[in-house]
Design a protein around this ligand. Structure first.
Ligand code: ADE
Length: 227
């Protein structure tokens, strides 16, 4: 999978993709992440990418020209299954959206900033708008990194134990059960006996029951949706 990300703050994205699982996935050639500095596409002699909003009001708006030039030049190189705009008013991101996106070959992700981007870019070029939650971040970069991380770990080979993505919270609609590691007794708190029993069938049943209880308690609505 190839991900192209357009941002006016490219340095913000260096560290999320430069470490751990995402770094290894790129080193192994399982995902290519290309970051494009929006300023490089500005026709303005000062490389300006934002301007005041028509109609007044606080906050700057990312201008149409640099975004359109950038999107068009990337689309000349390859076709994208989706051109995604990260925005707090987009559709709420969830695991099933991550699963769907993980099957694509090429995605283009646009990070907004300030008050957003000129609406005409949304109307003409954007095919999907994603929000990572009902709060407003300073820009779309961190939100974009969240989407790329959630998607990348679903690509076969990215996780060393491939089954571990399948046991993530949400992957089967249930929250993951609690986990424990050594020691078996920590500050007087003991690991549930069943986990030390060696009886895998009973351990699986216990974990499943814990998942159900946790989902009913923490996500009652999503539990109702499934049953
Ligand atoms: N940009 C700013 N806030 C955002 C959010 N919650 N989701 C996606 N992009 C954003």
């Amino acid at each position: 999978m190839r991900v192209d990300i357009v941002t006016c703050l490219p340095r913000l994205l260096e560290s999320p993709f430069g470490d751990s699982i995402l770094k290894r996935a790129q080193d192994k050639g399982l995902i290519e992440i290309h970051i494009h500095d929006l300023r490089a596409f500005s026709d303005d002699k000062h490389k300006k990418v934002d301007d005041y909003a028509y109609g007044g009001g606080a906050g700057m708006v990312l201008m149409a020209q640099p975004l359109a030039t950038c999107i068009k030049s990337l689309q000349k190189e390859r076709s994208y299954e989706e051109v995604i705009f990260m925005t707090p008013d987009g559709n709420l991101f969830n695991q099933s959206m991550a699963n769907e996106i993980s099957l694509f070959n090429n995605i283009l992700l646009i990070c907004g900033h300030y008050k957003g981007i000129d609406q005409r870019i949304r109307d003409k070029y954007i095919t999907r708008e994603i929000s990572i939650g009902e709060y407003v971040l300073s820009g779309g970069e961190l939100a974009g990194a969240v989407v790329v991380d959630a998607v990348a770990r679903l690509i076969p080979g990215v996780l060393s134990d491939e089954t571990s993505a399948l046991t993530d919270s949400y992957q089967d609609g249930l929250l993951a059960p609690p986990v424990y590691t050594r020691p078996a007794d920590f500050e007087g708190m003991e690991v549930p006996k069943i986990l030390l029993s060696g009886n895998q069938k009973e351990i699986d049943e216990w974990r499943f029951q814990q998942s159900i209880n946790l989902t009913k308690k923490r996500r009652p609505d999503s539990f109702e949706d499934q049953s």
